[in-house]
Design a protein around this ligand. Structure first.
Ligand SMILES: [Zn+2]
Length: 181
C-alpha cells in the first residue's frame, strides 16, 4: 500500500460548511461549530482485465505518477453521475482506444491513492472483458508509455503500480487463465 503521505482525514482542518478551524484527530471530520460531518468514505475506481482471443491480458505501462514506469490495468476513477460500467468503458476507450461493450464484474479490493502527499482511500472494482475479435490498441501517450499482451509472469506481478492490480492479476490467473478456451 502507498502509506507514505498523510491520510486525507488528518489534513482536513477547515470546515467546508462554516469555515471554522478544527483540530483534527483520526477518524471522521465533525465540525464542533455547525455539526457538519465528513466520513472520508472511499472513492470508486475501476480496472479492466482485457483478455484477447489467445488468452492473454492487456497490461499498460504508466507514464505518470503514481506508479510511473510500472505496469497497470486500463482504468481510473468513476466520475460523479457515472456507473462503474460506464466508467470502465470510458476509461478503456480513453486509455487504449478500444470500445468494449460486454464485460463482467469480477471482484473489488481496497486501495490507497497518494496524490501530492495526501492519501485517499479507494475501492477498486475489477471487470473482465473477453475480446472476440482482434483490436487495434491506441495508447493515451500522455498517460501510458507501452502496452503488452501477456499471461502475467512474476516480473509483471512484482512491478505493478498498485497492490490491488496485482491481486486482480492473481485472481485472473487462478480463475480464468486457460478456462473455457
Ligand atoms: Zn462547521
Amino acid at each position: 500500500m502507498q502509506s507514505d503521505g498523510q491520510p486525507v482525514s488528518e489534513v482536513f482542518r477547515i470546515c467546508p460548511a462554516c469555515g471554522a478551524e478544527i483540530e483534527q484527530k483520526a477518524g471522521p471530520f465533525i465540525c464542533e461549530k455547525c455539526n457538519y460531518a465528513n466520513f472520508f468514505g472511499p472513492v470508486l475506481a475501476v480496472g479492466a482485465l482485457i483478455e484477447n482471443e489467445s488468452g492473454e491480458l492487456l497490461l499498460v505501462r504508466r507514464a505518470r505518477e503514481p506508479g510511473k514506469g510500472k505496469w497497470g490495468l486500463p482504468g481510473g476513477f468513476v466520475d460523479a453521475g457515472e456507473s462503474a460500467e460506464q466508467a470502465t468503458a470510458r476509461e478503456v476507450h480513453e486509455e487504449v482506444g478500444i470500445t468494449i461493450e460486454e464485460f463482467d464484474y469480477m471482484f473489488s479490493g481496497p486501495n490507497l491513492y497518494n496524490y501530492r502527499g495526501i492519501v485517499s482511500p479507494v475501492v477498486d472494482l475489477f471487470f473482465l472483458c473477453r475480446l472476440s475479435a482482434e483490436v487495434q490498441i491506441r495508447l493515451a501517450v500522455d498517460e501510458l508509455s507501452e502496452f503488452i499482451w501477456t499471461v502475467p509472469k512474476p516480473e509483471h506481478l512484482d512491478n505493478m503500480a498498485f497492490p490491488s492490480n496485482r491481486r486482480a492479476l492473481e485472481f485472473w490467473l487462478e480463475h480464468h487463465s486457460g478456462s473455457g478456451r
